[in-house]
Design a protein. Sequence first.
Length: 159
Amino acid sequence: MIIRQYEEKDLKQMIDIWNEVVEDGIAFPQEDLLNEVSGKVFFGSQSYTGVADDDGKVVGLYILHPNNVGRCGHICNASYAVSSKCRGKHIGEKLVTDCMAKAKDLGFRVLQFNAVVESNVHARHLYERLGFVQLGTIPGGFRMKDGHYENICPYYHTL
């Protein structure tokens, strides 16, 4: 498996993986699903979009973009998605590691995650293992698909 920049031929698989996470309603803040048109615009508008390519099949992806503008434009943000059929194979770790290197190459100095859901223990353990620092806890910062609210935990890593 390799992590590489996405190509237009990957979009269908990427949209399917992204929408799967959005539909789960437990990790991404987005509620609207992507289609061919909106997906092309969305992934194309990022500073970088990487995919985990397992022998021609996209099994995961990440998006990387500024977290803010101007005097805070050196801080980036990212989101990661792995196909439910491929979870538990350390694909997320490869995506995050590649993302950190790409962010540094693009001139970012800090990678910040604004809204890691507290109950997303697999992601939180991965981030902590990779040296991310939790900034605190925001009570009830994420509305789950079923309507209840969970805490979010912002994280950062100096690049």
